[in-house]
Write a protein of this length. Structure first.
Length: 226
């Protein structure tokens, strides 16, 4: 079962730089303490807590390669609520009957309102950058415009449920527009993003075509108290 987040301080910090050679573009303790940003987990620690707090999966979430700068109101607000909804779906629906929930999470340089479909594709070169002060050998990290998560529940080799969540990395809650969207809509937004590479390379869950079936879209439900 999924449990509460354990204390994982490393050298006094909740995260550490990934020591693998060649990975220079990642954050550090020199960035976050003095700036209005959270260390936003791409793969949430609590989502992987069912592997055990000493497990490699759980521990891997505490590297800066798994974190991007997120505005506090976005990270701790609607985005966090959807992370809990996803965990609830995993526990109470998908894996309850021997299903497997596959998750993809990424960042974009696009601002989008899924309700009105208004979209602004930003130039990555103009995005804010946060310097690793005191570590001139490492490049600054870029603040993304938005984050997204796509999920697909697979049972017996076929997709039985899917969902997509998108949110803008803004400080004011009314500007994040964090909400669900169809998988096909999200994939189209990713394709148009200037930081995503070649459009023809963007395919979510290519091994399971049913993951893109809008008829299998899951409504992520809030828990009591959310």
């Amino acid at each position: 079962m999924y449990g509460p987040i354990a204390s994982m301080a490393v050298n006094g910090s909740p995260l550490q730089r990934n020591p693998k050679r060649g990975i220079k573009e990642q954050g550090s303790d020199e960035i976050y303490p003095t700036l209005p940003f959270h260390r936003g987990h791409l793969a949430p620690a609590q989502t992987l807590s069912d592997t055990g707090y000493d497990g490699a999966g759980f521990r891997s979430t505490f590297y800066y390669t798994n974190a991007v700068p997120q505005r506090p109101a976005f990270n701790s607000g609607q985005w966090s609520q959807f992370e809990r909804k996803i965990r609830d779906y995993a526990i109470n629906d998908c894996t309850k009957d021997d299903g497997t929930l596959y998750l993809l999470t990424g960042t974009l340089f696009t601002n989008w309102n899924p309700h009105t479909d208004q979209k602004q594709v930003n130039d990555p070169s103009g995005a804010p950058k946060l310097a690793n002060k005191g570590l001139p050998q490492f490049p600054a990290i870029t603040v993304p415009s938005s984050l997204w998560t796509a999920g697909c529940c697979v049972k017996n080799g076929g997709a039985v449920g899917n969902f997509a969540v998108f949110g803008n990395n803004r400080e004011h809650p009314s500007e994040t527009y964090t909400s669900q969207a169809s998988m096909n809509k999200l994939q189209a937004v990713i394709k148009d993003d200037k930081g995503s590479g070649q459009p023809e390379e963007v395919k979510l869950f290519p091994a399971f075509p049913g993951c893109m079936d809008d008829a299998k879209k899951v409504d992520l439900k809030a828990r009591r108290g959310d």
